[in-house]
Design a protein around this ligand. Structure first.
Ligand SMILES: Nc1ncnc2c1ncn2[C@@H]1O[C@H](COP(=O)(O)OP(=O)(O)OP(=O)(O)O)[C@@H](O)[C@H]1O
Length: 240
């Protein structure tokens, strides 16, 4: 195992089937996610970025190929191991936030720990858990919206709540699918600034999926997706 690479995918193929027609999306992807860095996966709309992220998050399985987390195969692990990986090792944020609409911002942030308690009997003092959720909301600048439900929040606030939820379980790796894709430029920049801060101050490894070259400029390692393949590309931030 190469400790530098926390997450690795090798020879990934994935097709969808629509009306009995095969739609090949990933045609032999190899990717090494470098620990402690911002890793950008760049590609045009429809190039398969979300498909790849779902595979890296074990939300779906590749047709062929292997995905390794910390050197251990995760794509074909039993369901319980994949559930544990998603709840304990990684955090996921989606372009459309995927907050639970009936829960407040604070309750959404608490949700992964509730799942952890119900699935693994993990127990921590309720007060302590609530304090941590409040601290996470504070970290993303959302303390003043703790009791708001998603319908009562702006897009940027919902994305902040989603980031706080992803951080609640103290993941070593954050998978972010177009984290600013649905936000205006200014709000998007503030979310990006927060992600860079989490990387630099908290040493969080980030996989950032984007179609926007300007966003990828914040990355340390860049991969570009084209025709179902991924190639290492020049990172503008490290030009010169
Ligand atoms: N469930 C599905 N069934 C059939 N085709 C699908 C399915 N999901 C995605 N696709 C197709 O696979 C291709 C890749 O989709 P994907 O969402 O991974 O792309 P993307 O790069 O994330 O796009 P975007 O930037 O627009 O979100 C697209 O052509 C899409 O139409």
């Amino acid at each position: 195992m190469n400790a530098e690479f926390v997450l690795q995918a090798c020879g990934i193929h994935k097709s969808y089937h629509k009306n009995k027609i095969e739609v090949p999306v990933l045609r032999g992807i190899d990717v090494n996610i470098t620990a402690g860095k911002i890793n950008a996966l760049i590609g045009r709309s429809g190039s398969g970025k979300s498909t790849l992220m779902h595979l890296l998050a074990t939300l779906d399985r590749p047709d062929t190929g292997e995905i390794m987390f910390q050197g251990k195969r995760i794509d074909d692990a039993p369901r319980a191991a994949r559930d544990a990986y998603r709840n304990q090792d990684i955090g996921i944020i989606f372009q459309f936030y995927h907050l639970l609409p009936e829960l407040t911002a604070l309750e959404n942030v608490l949700a992964p720990i509730m799942i952890r308690q119900s699935l693994w009997g993990y127990f921590r003092n309720r007060k302590e858990i609530r304090k941590r959720a409040e601290a996470m909301l504070d970290r993303v600048g959302l303390s003043h919206r703790a009791t708001h439900r998603p319908a009562e929040m702006s897009g940027g606030e919902m994305q902040r709540a989603a980031i706080a939820r992803a951080l609640m379980t103290d993941p070593s790796l954050l998978l972010a699918d177009e984290p600013t894709g649905n936000l205006d430029t200014e709000t998007g920049e503030s979310i990006l600034k927060l992600l860079v801060e989490l990387n630099q101050q908290d040493h969080l490894t980030i996989v950032m999926i984007t179609h926007d070259d300007a966003i990828a400029e914040k990355a340390d390692v860049c991969y570009r997706m084209q025709d179902g393949l991924l190639e290492t590309t020049h990172c503008a931030r490290h030009a010169a």
